[in-house]
Design a protein around this ligand. Structure first.
Ligand code: FES
Length: 128
């Protein structure tokens, strides 16, 4: 378990998010209300890059199918919106729902702290 130094806290404005990589792990960091929150960057549906999505308050929306997650808890607060893609799947397969077959997992969250002006992220299963 170790904290990793990332970027200067002053470089990420409130209400913005960025993506970093630590030991090949893709992590989204968002600045919300003077705090920094870190989660997996990859969507729990089909691996969309959440940092390429939209951040509204403490909720990030996946750019692929619009699943939404609470950044502070990692919980999915809106399931993917498959729209016409789901209807085409249902028509072609005879199944009743497409998203039921694809679980949408909550995101892993990571502790953060600011040390000497830098955002530090704790990676539990990594020694640094
Ligand atoms: S990949 Fe994110 S909602 Fe589908």
């Amino acid at each position: 378990m170790a904290y990793f130094k990332t970027f200067k806290a002053a470089d990420l404005s409130a209400g913005k998010m960025t993506r970093i990589e630590i030991n090949k792990r893709e992590i989204l960091i968002a600045g919300i209300g003077g705090q920094f929150y870190a989660t997996d960057d990859r969507c729990g549906h089909m691996n969309g890059s959440l940092s390429m999505g939209r951040l509204e308050g403490k909720v990030v929306e996946c750019p692929l199918h619009r699943a939404r997650y609470d950044i502070t808890s990692g919980k999915c607060v809106q399931l993917p919106q498959m729209g016409n893609l789901e209807n085409m799947f249902i028509a072609a397969s005879g199944k009743t729902r497409m998203v039921a077959a694809i679980d949408t997992l909550d995101l892993r969250t990571y502790r953060t702290r600011v040390e000497d002006g830098f955002v530090m992220v704790e990676i539990p299963d990594c020694d640094g």
